[in-house]
Design a protein around this ligand. Structure first.
Ligand code: PLP
Length: 512
């Protein structure tokens, strides 16, 4: 494809993308294809001769679109949103054109420097304490990761390294073989006792990180009466129990906006438990517990000062890391997981592995940030560009308006359910545009199993109709439906349609 061909193809592609967004409403939300559908439509070998763009583009609608579930559809109420927006798409275009594996500053200084700047902007917009800003008092800063899962794994690697460094004697400068072996033994013994803590509503990525690192994992039970949040008492009890069993808690995953219920752990309670439990060294002391705040979805709402106040986000200044996905609810397309640490040295100490081929004057002089030392992969894309475009195109006010609008849609949805106590019971929420609900009891004394079965029937029937897509969860044995209103294209009328559909199907299910 030459420049002329690219201009024509790109123009046609942009036109098609605009049409796609303008007419999304007319498609079903969820793909209805059967597994293996695409193999039947595509040849078994790649073409020997190049094909014209028009033929390739035609296959997008004919062969690919049937297998697409439309995450930007206004009826997409499942999981959490996976955002996109025109400025973000433009950022991706430039990023693809300027393609490079920008792991070191010298590989493209703008890639590194823009990332540091936009993440500082973001930290300030979200109201994060100044320790998470690169120019802040503790040498903190932000880095873009591929996903919240990658971020929590990175945090846990750094936490493990910090804990071992702080709790084992320092490595001798010229260790003998015997000293080397003894140290290896001490590290292995220590690692076998180290435990990462989370809650029963923490996202599975915390457990996966512990699995990858080969450390123990404990989930602390959270309860409906505490709003499904981790409390001071529950954490203190878990710390004491670990200690009594000879285990060493080194990491805690706290959540701002759990996936199932959008609950927020009690940051003040967590600090107090760590400070006073006596089971672990208090914050700031060697061997302290690293606290990572996973705000993958709900962190986006911190663009609104009222949410900063309500969540008391300033309390995380004694925690160690924080992550939120702009690609969920903040109009930047996948991937843009924004990961902040209070001291970037913790990452560099854990992840810096030198290889002669990557040496250069700027890095060796220690004057620059080389983001390869803040992450697990080596190569990295120019992801800050799309963040920069979105922040500049929408402005902070535009982002606030969008978040407030979608939170309000969630409140209106919940209000509609509340007005029909004969049909629905809210299990939790609305919280950050997520409401979790189930079918009301049909008769006094209906069993949990009966209610679960009826709620499941409602859920399956609504999804089968194809116009909206919901996901479900289970809280304390109660099967419940989650409805999220955070997608950019979702408007009041779409939420009204969702309510109408739910009411109609719920009545049918109730009638049996
Ligand atoms: N943490 C929370 C609270 C989530 O809700 C999710 C996904 O929805 C994740 C982590 C995992 O996100 P990612 O796909 O970026 O790894």
């Amino acid at each position: 494809m030459d420049s002329r061909g690219f201009r024509e193809a790109a123009t046609a592609t942009i036109d098609e993308i605009i049409n796609y967004f303008d007419n999304l409403d007319s498609r079903d939300v969820v793909s209805r294809v059967e597994p293996g559908y695409l193999r039947k439509l595509l040849p078994s070998e790649a073409p020997q001769e190049g094909e014209p763009w028009a033929d390739i583009q035609r296959d997008i609608e004919a062969k690919i679109m049937p297998g697409i579930t439309h995450w930007s559809h206004p009826g997409f109420h499942a999981f959490f949103p996976c955002a996109t927006s025109y400025p973000s798409i433009l950022g991706e275009l430039y990023s693809s054109a300027l393609s490079g594996a920008c792991f070191n500053w010298i590989c493209s200084p703008a890639v590194t420097e823009l990332e540091t700047i936009v993440l500082d902007w973001l930290a300030k917009i979200l109201g994060l304490p100044s320790c998470f800003v690169s120019t802040g008092p503790t040498r903190g800063g932000g880095v873009i990761q591929g996903s919240a899962s990658e971020a929590i794994l990175t945090a846990m690697v750094a936490a493990r390294d910090k804990y071992l460094r702080e709790t084992l004697p320092p490595r001798p400068s010229n260790p003998s073989d015997a000293e080397e072996n003894a140290r290896e033994e001490a590290v292995a013994l220590k690692r076998s006792r180290m435990v990462a803590l989370a809650t029963t509503l923490t996202h599975s990525s915390a457990k996966k990180a512990a699995l990858i690192l080969g450390v123990r994992f404990r989930a602390i039970r959270v309860r409906a009466e505490d709003g499904y949040a981790l409390t001071r008492e529950a954490l203190a009890a878990a710390l004491a129990e670990c200690r009594a069993q000879g285990l060493e808690p080194f990491f805690l995953a706290a959540t701002l906006g759990t996936t199932d219920a959008c609950s927020v752990d009690d940051f003040a309670g967590i600090s107090a438990a760590l400070e006073t439990s006596g089971a672990v060294p208090p914050p700031g002391q060697p061997g302290e517990v690293w606290v990572h705040v996973d705000a993958a979805y709900a962190g986006a709402a911190l663009v609104c000062p009222e949410v900063q106040r309500q969540t008391r986000i300033e309390l995380i200044s004694r925690f160690h890391s924080f992550d939120m996905n702009m690609h969920k609810w903040l109009l930047v397309n996948f991937d843009a997981s924004c990961f902040f640490v209070r001291n970037r040295e913790w990452l560099v100490q854990a992840l810096s592995v030198n290889q002669a081929v990557y040496g250069n004057k700027a890095s060796d002089g220690g004057l620059v940030t080389d983001y390869r030392e803040w992450q697990i992969p080596l190569g990295r894309r120019f992801r800050s560009l799309k963040i920069w475009f979105v922040l500049r195109s929408y402005g902070v006010k535009g982002l606030q308006e969008y978040i407030r609008r979608t939170i309000k849609l969630g409140e209106e949805f919940a209000e509609s359910l509340r007005s029909r106590p004969d049909l629905f019971e809210i299990v939790t929420g609305p919280s950050f545009a997520l409401t979790v609900f189930r079918l009301a009891a049909k008769t006094e004394g209906a069993s949990l199993e009966e209610r679960n079965a009826l709620t499941r029937e409602l859920y399956e029937r609504v999804n089968a109709a194809g116009k909206i897509w919901l996901t479900s969860t289970e809280l304390d044995g109660r099967f419940a439906i989650r409805l999220m209103t955070g997608v950019r294209t979702t408007q009041k009328e779409h939420v009204e349609t969702a309510v109408k559909t739910l009411v109609e199907v719920a009545q049918e299910v109730m009638r049996g």
